[in-house]
Design a protein around this ligand. Sequence first.
Ligand code: APR
Ligand code: PHB
Length: 398
Amino acid sequence: MIRTQVGIIGAGPAGLLLAHLLHREGIDSVVIEARSRRHVEERVRAGVLEQGTVDLLNSTGAGERMRRQGLVHHGIELRFAGRRHRVDLFELTGGRAITVYGQHELVKDLIALRMASGGPILFETAAVGLDGLDGDRPLIRFENRGEPDEIVCDFIAGCDGFRGVSRAAIPAGTVRHFRKTYPFAWLGILAATPPASDELVYAHHERGFALLSMRSPEISRLYLQCRPGEDLAAWPDERIWNELRTRLETRDGFRLESGPVLQKSIAAVRSHVTEPMRHGRLFLAGDAAHIVPPTGAKGLNLAAADVWLLSRALTRHYRGGGADLLDSYSDTCLRRVWRAQHFSWWMTSMLHRFDPADDFEFRRQLGELDNLASSRAASVNLAENYTGLPLDGMESPI
Ligand code: APR
Ligand code: PHB
């Protein structure tokens, strides 16, 4: 049996950042992670950090390598009808930017910090169930070399992603789930080729959406809209490059060059929200509580905002300041979550081909993109949401 103050399930960005923030406040935690260290450190996922996430990492001593290797971008490009339109995020928001830094790089940094502080992470150890959530000594059950074992804690942080055990441990009837599925998926590649653009390119095209992103000056990250449930075997590298080339080309002669594909995968595009994000002594954070379509680049940033709030709430509790922040945790998080759901849905709806036969919808999207390209007010709205809402100030109800 292991005893700790906060039992954290999952060593993704949510669980690891929470462990780091709690450690800085002198609060003990144990992180339990189903997969190996190597697996979580090499899993290629999101890559865009909002200004608030960057500021949080820097102000808590977790931003050292990100400051050196992250790519600070002051704008993004929208590409439609063969034209390019740059959205100057920096100018439109009075000085806010985004930083392109792979989620797995952040995960490596947070694991290194955790190891340096001597804090435990139990890798290759899956939580199998939770008990006592309604009392004051909840516990996480797991198996230790085939023998049942448990982590007894004051609080449990369910940071175990979309397919974890935490959400499932909440009794049916005490939470509501809000779901939306989109009629397409994203096929993503990592390629050993310098990014063909200095900034991210979001492309609207009659064959479907495409996104040009990057991880470093040598590595590109590209995505294209494909059918849901598509088989990767149907997508040899040359087909992927051809499709990306077609969707990203411009009238002024932009042409994408192919390069070696290091990794490819297909991810569903969906939304999910669990309300409330708490049951008794269990607090959900990150993908365990909510999923957004990737178009707005919000998933990782929402996870960071959740655990920042949770660490503040737990700190106040342990300092004898009461349970008010724990009690308002779910409402405060959910206000940001629904803003992000709206923004991600809007970006997704504007840029993807939902029904190849729906030409009205295609023309409507072009009208919307034209409005964005011509209207400062519309561009400010995109820029403010894309660079992210401030971490503070979401406490008051709508
Ligand atoms: N026991 C222990 N660990 C578990 C269990 C379990 N039963 N089930 C899942 N996990 C682990 C997973 O192996 C994973 O490492 O929980 C971790 C959850 O991490 P993420 O999926 O990265 O979720 P989160 O930390 O909330 O980060 C959200 O991930 O999917 C992206 O775009 C999303 O950027 C966002 C970020
Ligand atoms: C990425 O680089 O992985 C990325 C960038 C922007 C998005 C989604 C993913 O909207």
